[in-house]
Design a protein around this ligand. Structure first.
Ligand SMILES: *Cc1c(COP(=O)(O)O)cnc(C)c1O
Length: 388
């Protein structure tokens, strides 16, 4: 089946939810991808921050294949080694006490929302259930996480949305004034990804964390996109010198397989008892085996490299004509230009470079092991397209 045929079948049989770019992706190695027609691309999207070390990566593949040869699924009625190994790794690397595994970012956030309400119910009884999230945030597509998402444009059609979310301006004052006696948690991304790659102000975040601690309001950090080395630290909250109560993550954790994790720190450790929450697929042994190999590689050296590559890209992107701003953290980069973001992304694709968009920005999410040659190629193409 060639590309034209795939496109035709897609139009016939796939629900119309995606505005796809005009190519298929069939195979590749690292950051190099090929379409079925043989078009070659350098990938600066990583499948939306998922393929942490690119495609067809030897280490990740061998971890996955080794597990594939043992057992592909067991259900959570039984113990499986990759799941406990991954939970131990996550806890040792972050200081978290317990982990719940799911299959996606939305599910990791669902779990965080349920845990926050349960924590408050156990301690304070009914009525303290509200969660403050930020304007312009993105927390997922399920009914609860869509309700948590602070973007009016996304609150259409599917009424009624889940009750109990208050949307704050992304500042300390904004969050504080949204909190009440009924608030059980504040949930936020530290770099708003889908919202346009916007990092929160460090002072505001620290004050929010301090305020939450005093009021016993749980601080939930959504690290679905920012997590797993993406920002140059293992988790972005480390940049902000705060101690969250719950951290959700997904995307890059599985290195390409569906996997979500919700981590519970200190006082949330025992929020769930048997039967309170669960998942059929969550913590699948193959996904977890792959994730273990990914997490082990995100060490001090790799993070230093990510920081170096980030600095290189920020410097050179800032010099491109018609670039208005470069935002983000680490290898999560937003580019505001005088041009339409979608048109820039399409022009880049035509020239062999895959980039993403977020709102009115070009969004770059390269592999954590992207190399200099690939970065220079991306800079050259972006320069051609944006400055022309
Ligand atoms: C992508 C994303 C989600 C949703 O993840 P899914 O795996 O698509 O459910 C939630 N929060 C943030 C910050 C994200 O970037």
């Amino acid at each position: 089946m060639g590309f034209d045929e795939i496109k035709k079948q897609d139009k016939l049989y796939i629900a119309n939810t995606y505005n796809r770019f005009p190519t298929d992706l069939e195979c590749g190695k690292g950051a190099t991808l090929y379409s079925s027609s043989g078009d070659k691309y350098v990938d600066f999207g990583s499948g939306i921050a998922v393929n942490t070390f690119g495609v067809n990566d030897e280490e990740w593949k061998s971890a996955v294949i080794e597990q594939l040869n043992k057992i592909q699924h067991a259900s959570n009625l039984y113990y499986t080694r990759p799941q406990t190994e991954l939970a131990q790794l996550l806890c040792e690397k972050t200081g978290a006490k317990k982990v719940f595994f799911s299959n996606s970012g939305a599910e990791a956030n669902e779990c965080a929302i349920k845990a926050a309400r349960k924590y408050s119910f156990d301690k304070y009884g009914e009525g303290r259930y509200r969660i403050v999230t930020l304007k312009n945030s993105f927390h997922g597509r399920t009914m609860a996480t869509l309700s948590a998402t602070g973007q009016e444009g996304m609150h259409r059609y599917y009424m009624p949305f889940l009750e109990g979310f208050d949307y704050a301006e992304p500042t300390y004052e904004g969050v504080r004034s949204c909190c009440s006696q009924k608030t059980c948690a504040v949930m936020m991304e530290l770099v708003q990804g889908e919202g346009g790659v916007r990092a929160l102000n460090s002072d505001d975040v620290k004050k929010i964390a301090e305020f939450c601690r005093k009021k016993d309001i749980l601080l939930i950090i959504d690290e679905v996109q920012t997590g797993n080395g993406r920002t140059g630290r293992l988790y972005a909250y480390e940049h902000y010198d705060i101690s969250p109560d719950i951290v959700s993550t997904a995307k890059g954790l599985g290195g390409g397989l569906p996997l979500g994790a919700t981590m519970f720190f200190g006082k949330c450790e025992n929020v769930f008892a048997a039967g309170d929450h669960g998942s059929t697929f969550g913590g699948n042994p193959i996904a977890c085996a792959g994730a273990c190999s990914i997490l082990k590689r995100i060490d001090k050296n790799l993070l230093l490299e990510v920081q170096g590559k980030s600095a290189y890209l920020f410097t050179h992107l800032g010099r491109i004509k018609n670039v208005l701003s470069v935002t983000g953290l680490g290898l999560m980069i937003g580019l505001e230009t005088t041009k339409n973001a979608r048109s820039v992304a399409e022009a880049c694709l035509q020239r062999g470079l895959i980039v993403l968009t977020a709102k009115n920005k070009i969004r770059l999410l390269p592999l954590l092991n992207i190399n200099k040659e690939e970065m220079d190629f991306a800079l050259k193409i972006l320069n051609e397209v944006i400055s022309e």
